[in-house]
Design a protein around this ligand. Structure first.
Ligand code: NAG
Length: 426
């Protein structure tokens, strides 16, 4: 009996909690809708006036690349290769549409890259985690998931851009991550004043309607808002959207991230990709419909070794590093694995990644698609993997390789001198 009434009580408490949660969600949603709409510039379709006095650019098909970083050697090494690859892609046909490139650094002080590459510095949640350095045991849990800093960092960048619209030099803002490489210029989905939907990537594993997630997701996306199938299978990167669309979705992405971080059950069941769910939920609530594609149809990324045919991709996302193994052996004889690049020396010396030996028959490439036993590495697979690594190395070369501080320093000094001359100073 006691157990039964305990069960009834638990159900009643559960229902009450659900009701309270739903009302709280509704309350902050209403509040946020109000404040989010206040973030919009009051008029649409205006051309941007010069920096400091105008609106965001709302017409045309140029784009501005942004990405977040914690300023760790791990991110900075990747950033150098990314920046170089962006500069190289800009020089290819169509590259002139990529007009801006800004790093959003969530760190309480500048880092070695700050004076050398366009950087907006945002306040981090926890300054103790600055630069991804080793921290005392008591702080480790705070610093474990730097990803949760991203929405607040992007929000701070957008707030700064509201004060100075010149911070964003194009109508389309394209959010990526440090582990991207451009091997071709990326294009906007169309003129911003047209009907083109913003672009994103379809991640099958971000599935709010999956059975294992429904109970949790219904708390975050109550039935009154619509079915869980409304929640797109995506994440904040890569996403190319108009500035007002970002202004709508980012505050809610930040709120969902905070809500998830404070919910141990959500942290546990959504794991490392929880911030992708936060973004997808934010899109659903804001009714921001993204055009989502997967490789090879996507014009955004390919992710070797899961994708070994590039199709329409223009960038690599090397979150899964390709490996090459002799069939029948377990140990890779070659790999391109970002998780091995955490030491300070990677930032300081920007070493080129070793290339695989020339292709031969008899190798296998394991991947999330075919499993750890791997599938035979064809010549074409090999060429894709080789292109990924050479794009990384060429990117580093473009910014000076191990002399990047000197080379980018000279460029920055020359740019300052030119600026001073234009303004009639000195
Ligand atoms: C690549 O884009 C073109 C033009 O939009 C399209 O016709 C083609 O089907 C796409 N390729 C793939 C593999 O989806």
């Amino acid at each position: 009996m006691a157990a039964r009434s305990g069960g009834v009580l638990a159900r009643q408490v559960g229902a009450l909690v659900a009701l309270l949660t739903t009302s709280l969600v509704a309350a902050w949603m209403w509040r946020e809708r109000t404040s989010a709409s206040q973030l919009h510039p009051p008029a649409q379709g205006l051309q941007k006036a010069p920096s400091g006095s105008g609106w965001f650019l709302t017409t045309g098909d140029t784009l501005h690349v942004v990405f977040t970083s914690d300023g760790s050697p791990y991110c900075n090494y990747q950033t150098l290769a990314l920046y170089g690859s962006f500069r190289l892609a800009r020089r290819l046909p169509g590259g002139h549409k990529m007009v801006g490139f800004t790093r959003i650094l969530h760190r309480s002080v500048d880092d070695a890259l700050s004076p050398l590459l366009s950087t907006f510095r945002a306040q981090p949640r926890y300054p103790v985690c600055d630069g991804g350095k080793a921290v005392a045991a008591k702080d480790r849990v705070l610093c474990k998931y730097a990803v949760a800093d991203r929405p607040a960092a992007v929000r701070q960048f957008l707030e700064a851009a509201r004060r100075d619209p010149g911070l964003i030099q194009a109508p389309w803002l394209y959010l990526i991550e440090t582990d991207f490489l451009f091997f071709k210029p990326v294009a906007a989905p169309g003129p911003a004043e047209g009907a083109a939907r913003p672009l994103g990537y379809h991640y099958t594993y971000v599935n709010a309607a999956a059975k294992i997630h429904t109970a949790l997701m219904q708390r975050y996306y109550p039935a009154g808002l619509g079915p869980l199938s409304d929640v797109p299978h995506t994440g904040p990167s890569p996403v190319m959207a108009r500035v007002p669309e970002w202004l709508r979705v980012v505050p809610r992405w930040e709120l969902y991230t905070a809500q998830i971080e404070s919910d141990p059950q959500a942290v546990k069941s959504l794991g490392w990709v929880r911030e992708m769910f936060a973004f997808s939920l934010a899109c659903a609530v804001e009714r921001l419909e993204l055009e989502l594609h997967i490789c090879p149809a996507s014009t955004l990324i390919a992710q070797p070794p899961v994708d070994l045919r590039l199709g329409n991709a223009t960038q690599f996302h090397y979150t899964w590093g390709p490996k090459l193994i002799e069939a029948g052996n377990k140990t890779p004889f070659w790999r391109f694995e970002k998780r091995e690049w955490r030491a300070q020396s990677f930032e300081d010396n920007a070493p080129m990644r070793p290339l695989p030996p020339p292709w031969r028959e008899g190798w296998v490439t394991p991947s999330g698609r075919v499993g750890p036993q791997g599938a035979p590495t064809t010549k074409e697979d090999y060429e894709t993997i080789l292109l990924e690594v050479t794009t990384f190395n060429r990117g580093l070369e473009e910014v000076g390789g191990s002399a990047w501080k000197y080379v980018l320093g000279q460029e920055a000094a020359a740019a300052r001198a030119e600026q001073d001359q234009l303004q009639g100073v000195g």
